[in-house]
Design a protein around this ligand. Structure first.
Ligand code: CA
Length: 516
C-alpha cells in the first residue's frame, strides 16, 4: 500500500512537472521576441529553388534560377514569403541607410554609395535607427559583416591618420563606437570584396583577418554569439542581430570567390541552362560568372541554415523573428547589361523577403509591395513598438498586413530611385547628388523616367509586367494613356510623400501633376 502511495506521489509529482514544463512555452511567448535579420548582398529573388516547388509554383511570373537552396526551401515552408518586395534604390549604401532609418535615401543621409569622394553620403548621426530604438528597449544588439554606411575617414585604429583602405578613393571604412547606432556588439567592416580574405573590426576596433570564406566565418561568429561562448551578450535580454554577408556580390570568377563543394553543383551545367531566363544572354562575357554566382548563393543558403539550426538547438526558434532578404538583386546577364544592380529591371529591383515568426501569421505567400523604408517600422510594429517608431520615418508599418489582419493598409506601388554624383568642389569631392531617374512599380506595371542634366526627359522604360514578365518589350510612353496617368498619380504621390528632389523641383512638371 505504502509502495502504491509512493508510486502515486511520484506520478503526481511527474504530472505537476509535465504541467509546469507545458506552461513554459507559454511564458516564452510573452517574452519580447528576438530578431535575426540576415541579408546577403546581391542575392536576387529569382535565385531560390522553392519557386519551382508545390504552392510556390507560379507565385512569381518568371522562371526561377536552377539553383540549390535547400535551407531556404525548408524555411520558406514556415515563413511569410513576399513575391513583390523591392529595394527602392537598389544599391548597397542607399538600401542600408533606408533599412536602418525607415527613410528614403534623400533623408537618411545616404543617397549614393559611400566612398571617400562623397562626403554627402554618410548615415546621419542624428537619425534614429531601428538599433537605437531597440537599444532603448533594453535589447542586446549585434552587427556582423558589411556595414557600408559611413563616409570613410582616416581613422584606422591601428594607424591613426590613415584610411583603413589603401585605395583612392577609400571605400572601406572603420566605424567607431559613437557611430554604431546602438549596436553594442560589433564584428564588421565597411565594404571589401575579397571573399576568402575578409577582415572585421571588433568592439574595440581590433582587426581580424580569418582567411576564410566570409559567410562561413560570419555564421561561426553569429553562432558563437548565440551560444554566448565569450560572454558576448546578456542572456537575460532579448537580442537583435543583423548579419550582412557580402557574397553572392561580385567578384564571382573563380574558386577564390566561393567554396568548391558549392561550385561542383554547377560546373558541368551549360551556361545556357544556368542562364535560362527568356531575357538572359548566355553569350555575354559575364556569363562565365553564373556558376560562381550560384555557388555563392548555395553557400549562403547553407550558412543561413546553420544560424537557424542554432536558434532551434537553443530553444529560441519560436520566439525569434527571422528575416532573410538582400540589399538588391543581380542582373546576371539579363537585359544584356553588365551592371548587376542600380536599375529598375526585376532582377535588380526585386529582392527575396522571407520572414518567420509563429506569433505573426500562418506561413503563406503574399504579394505585399514592401519597400526598404517600410522594413524598420514594420519590424518595430511586429515587435510591439509601434509607438516607438520615430516621427520622421517615411516608410509605413505594414505589420498588420504581415499579420494578415483584414483591411490592413497595403501599398499600391513602390518608388524607384536612381541617383548619380551631382556637383563637385575644387578638391573633387561630390557636394550633392543628381536624381537622374525615378519610377514606380505596381502589381502590374513598371515605369521609369530618366532625365538629363537639364531636367529634361531623356529616356523611359515602361513594362506590362503581367503580359511581359521578362520586361523585354519597352512600351511607348504616351502621357495621355490612362494607364500612364494612373501610374503618374502614384509616382507624384510617392515623390511628395518621400519629400523627393523631383517633388521639390517639380521635375517633368508638364507630365507629373505634383499639386494634387
Ligand atoms: Ca550591395
Amino acid at each position: 500500500m505504502r509502495k502504491f502511495t509512493y508510486t502515486l506521489s511520484a506520478v503526481l509529482i511527474g504530472l505537476v512537472t509535465i504541467l509546469v514544463a507545458c506552461s513554459t512555452p507559454e511564458k516564452q511567448v510573452e517574452k519580447q521576441p528576438n530578431l535575426v535579420y540576415v541579408f546577403p548582398d546581391q542575392f536576387r529573388k529569382q535565385a531560390l529553388n522553392f519557386w519551382t516547388q508545390g504552392e510556390f509554383k507560379g507565385a512569381i511570373r518568371t522562371k526561377a534560377d536552377p539553383v540549390l537552396t535547400p535551407q531556404l526551401d525548408q524555411f520558406a515552408q514556415e515563413a511569410l514569403v513576399l513575391t513583390n518586395a523591392v529595394s527602392n534604390c537598389p544599391l548597397c549604401s542607399p538600401h542600408r541607410g533606408s533599412l536602418f532609418t525607415g527613410l528614403y535615401p534623400g533623408a537618411s543621409g545616404v543617397p549614393l554609395n559611400c566612398n571617400a569622394d562623397r562626403p554627402i553620403s554618410s548615415l546621419r548621426d542624428d537619425a534614429v535607427c531601428i538599433s537605437d530604438v531597440l537599444e532603448n528597449e533594453d535589447y542586446n544588439l549585434a552587427y556582423f559583416g558589411k556595414w557600408h554606411l559611413d563616409y570613410p575617414l582616416p581613422n584606422d585604429p591601428a594607424n591613426p591618420g590613415n584610411y583603413v583602405d589603401p585605395r583612392t578613393p577609400a571605400w572601406d571604412a572603420y566605424t567607431p563606437k559613437d557611430k554604431r547606432h546602438g549596436f553594442d556588439y560589433w564584428y564588421s567592416y565597411g565594404t571589401w570584396d575579397v571573399h576568402k580574405n575578409p577582415h572585421y573590426y571588433d568592439n574595440d576596433g581590433k582587426r581580424h583577418e580569418p582567411k576564410e570564406w566570409s559567410p562561413q566565418h560570419e555564421a561561426d561568429q553569429v553562432i558563437s554569439y548565440l551560444k554566448n561562448e565569450n560572454g558576448q551578450r546578456d542572456t537575460e535580454k532579448p537580442f537583435a542581430i543583423f548579419v550582412s554577408m557580402n557574397p553572392p556580390h561580385n567578384p564571382y570568377n573563380s574558386l577564390d570567390d566561393c567554396l568548391e563543394e558549392d561550385y561542383n553543383h554547377y560546373k558541368e551545367i551549360p551556361l545556357k541552362d544556368l542562364l535560362h531566363r527568356d531575357n538572359a544572354n548566355p553569350e555575354m562575357d559575364k556569363a562565365k560568372s553564373a556558376p560562381f554566382y550560384f555557388a555563392n548563393v548555395t553557400g549562403v543558403d547553407r550558412e543561413f541554415g546553420r544560424i537557424v539550426e542554432q536558434l532551434k538547438v537553443m530553444g529560441e526558434y519560436e520566439n525569434t523573428i527571422i528575416v532573410f532578404t538582400s540589399d538588391h538583386g543581380e542582373t546576371m546577364c539579363s537585359q544584356n547589361i553588365k551592371d548587376p544592380k542600380n536599375n529598375i529591371y526585376s532582377e535588380s529591383f526585386d529582392v527575396p523577403f522571407l520572414i518567420r515568426w509563429p506569433q505573426m501569421a500562418k506561413a503563406r505567400i503574399d504579394d505585399l509591395l514592401l519597400g526598404t523604408p517600410d522594413i524598420m517600422p514594420t519590424l518595430l510594429g511586429l515587435m510591439g513598438f509601434s509607438d516607438k517608431i520615430p516621427n520622421e520615418v517615411q516608410g509605413n508599418d505594414y505589420s498588420k498586413a504581415m499579420k494578415n489582419i483584414a483591411n490592413a493598409d497595403r501599398p499600391e506601388s513602390a518608388l524607384y530611385i536612381r541617383n548619380i554624383n551631382g556637383k563637385k568642389n575644387e578638391e573633387g569631392l561630390v557636394t550633392d547628388y543628381f536624381p537622374v531617374a525615378r519610377g514606380i512599380k505596381t502589381h502590374e506595371y513598371t515605369l521609369e523616367l530618366a532625365i538629363d542634366r537639364n531636367n529634361q526627359l531623356k529616356e523611359t522604360k515602361f513594362f506590362n509586367d503581367k503580359e511581359d514578365p521578362y520586361q523585354m518589350n519597352n512600351l511607348q510612353v504616351n502621357f495621355k494613356d490612362p494607364i500612364i496617368q494612373v501610374l503618374l498619380v502614384e509616382l507624384a504621390t510617392e515623390l511628395k510623400r518621400s519629400d523627393d528632389p523631383w517633388y521639390h523641383n517639380k521635375i517633368l512638371g508638364d507630365w507629373i501633376n505634383y499639386d494634387n
